[in-house]
Design a protein around this ligand. Structure first.
Ligand code: GLN
Length: 490
């Protein structure tokens, strides 16, 4: 089935003219018809537009387009509902944007299109990317294709579930505190958060501007490298994007990991780690050692403060970023007798409980009298966390850990307790605070029934994507976890 292929498998077949893009796109649409009633990854999609894009790609292939200049030609890719795609709805998993239609393409979308991809569909997410389960979506909860009584992770839960259920070949998501790596781990796909500044955020609706990055969800590591090649690089429209050259990440996957030094942080040996997760990660680390990686014990002494620091900085930035949703400029409006009541009626009706909680927390930590005690102190701790990593990277090439403390949890299991939910991000959050890169990939399954995928996280130094992808690829190539598919999509 064409929807089950990886990007490089599909483009190889397209290049040999064995199959058409239309057939591949149709296979994805058929799969969505078949399984999305159970998975609920998509908020919406336009089948006619997707097929028209497929036909245009087929015409290009017939005319003899080179897959080197258009490496994603004919590849169906869906995106999280936080990225602007021209003439498509943009809701951020929220009611407050009403019937808003995006007037322009985000830079990553432009780049996908320039590489030949078919960009289609809006994927479900926690409202404004705040959450770890998609239960905070204002529309519905996405379910985990491996066990539909469980959540897919979040906030990019739709992006992870759509790839795991083979509803498309790859997706884009955003990661502010783990929102790519955590759902990738819980759904068993590859999810990459690039270094801060690697990928332009122009056209990404901001949650916490000093932490947000866009990245890919794919079926294997090679595909993640291919997508990163396409979306990376300086963009004059995002002043935080950086001019570092973009290496060919896919070409660097040569299997040679001998002599690379991998750090094992002692602070990550926490209580509360699920035994299945611990065993799978320990076995993966041993496997990497067999491949020639050198293991080194390291310390990241400020790790304990990461979750608290994140929830001050992220909420502070969110409270400022979300001020623009006022009922005047975008989307839905609930009228009032004067401007202030219009704002509060609109925001009261338009935002969900978690978004309101974050705005209130963020406004509080920025308020005069509390700013120094919370926000300023959090910024200082953030610097210490970044220094911990930079110091560790003087000794090691990458750092390994579980992506999440447990596999996918049940719908409703943590939604009543925000602190429990926040703790599911303990291994992913520091990477955003430090501005560095991380990837999650499948490294085993739980012993539960049905079995659930487990994620291994590799964290790299600033602009160290090539190194973590290389290690991830060597691991993936010498293990056979990818042979399994969720029963839904088999
Ligand atoms: N789960 C974290 C939060 O709720 C991270 C979200 C994200 O990365 N967008 O803030």
């Amino acid at each position: 089935m064409l929807n089950q292929l990886t990007i490089s498998e599909l483009t190889a077949r397209l290049a040999r003219r064995e199959v058409s893009t239309r057939q591949a796109m149709q296979a994805c649409l058929d799969q969505i018809q078949r399984v999305d009633g159970r998975v609920k990854a998509f908020l919406s999609y336009d089948a006619a537009d997707a097929l028209a894009q497929a036909d245009a790609a087929d015409r290009q292939i017939t005319a003899g387009t080179d897959f080197k200049t258009q490496p994603l030609l004919g590849v169906p890719i869906a995106v999280k509902d936080v990225l602007a795609v021209k003439n498509q709805p943009l809701n951020c998993g929220s009611k407050i944007l009403g019937k808003f239609i995006s007037p322009y393409d985000a830079t990553v979308i432009e780049r996908l299109r320039a590489a030949g991809a078919i960009v289609f569909g809006r994927l479900n997410m926690d409202e404004f990317a705040m959450g770890s389960s998609t239960e905070n979506s204002a529309f519905f909860t996405t379910l985990n294709p491996w066990d539909t009584s469980r959540i897919p992770g979040g906030s990019s839960g739709g992006s992870a579930a759509a790839v795991a259920a083979d509803e498309c070949l790859a997706t884009l998501g955003s990661d502010t505190g783990g929102s790519i790596r955590q759902p990738a781990a819980l759904c068993g796909c590859v999810g990459l958060k690039p270094t801060y500044g690697r990928v332009s955020r122009y056209g990404l609706v901001a949650f916490a501007s000093s932490l947000d990055q866009i990245g890919p969800f794919t079926k294997n590591v090679h595909d993640a490298a291919m997508l990163l090649n396409v979306i990376s690089g300086l963009d004059p429209r995002d002043s935080t994007s950086l001019p570092q050259p973009v290496p060919d990440y896919a070409a660097a996957l040569d299997g040679s990991v001998k002599g690379l030094k991998l750090g094992l942080p002692k602070e990550y040996r926490i209580g509360g780690l699920d035994p299945d997760v611990k065993n799978a990660v320990d076995a993966a680390v041993k496997h990497l050692e067999k491949l020639g990686v050198e293991l080194i014990d390291i310390s990241l002494p400020h790790s304990d403060y990461a979750v608290a620091t994140y929830y001050i900085i992220a909420t502070a930035e969110a409270s400022a970023n979300l001020a623009r949703f006022d009922g005047i400029r975008y989307g839905a409006r609930v009228d009032g007798s004067d401007p202030v009541s219009l704002y509060s009626n609109t925001r009261g009706a338009g935002f969900g409980a978690e978004v309101k909680r974050r705005i209130i927390l963020g406004t509080y930590v920025l308020s005069s009298g509390y700013y120094d005690a919370y926000y300023l102190r959090a910024q200082k701790v953030r610097t210490l966390i970044r220094q911990d990593f930079l110091k560790a990277f003087e000794q090691v090439d990458a750092i390994v850990s579980p992506t999440t403390p447990t596999a996918a949890f049940k719908v409703g299991e943590k939604s009543a307790d925000p602190l429990q939910m926040y703790l599911s991000d303990i291994f992913t959050i520091s990477c955003n605070l430090a501005g560095i890169c991380g990837v999650s990939l499948r490294c085993g399954f739980t012993n539960s029934s049905p079995q659930l995928p487990i994620g291994l996280q590799l964290v790299g130094h600033p602009f160290g994507e090539a190194t973590i992808l290389k290690i991830a690829h060597a691991y993936e190539q010498t293990t056979d976890w990818l042979k399994r598919r969720p029963v839904l999509s088999a």
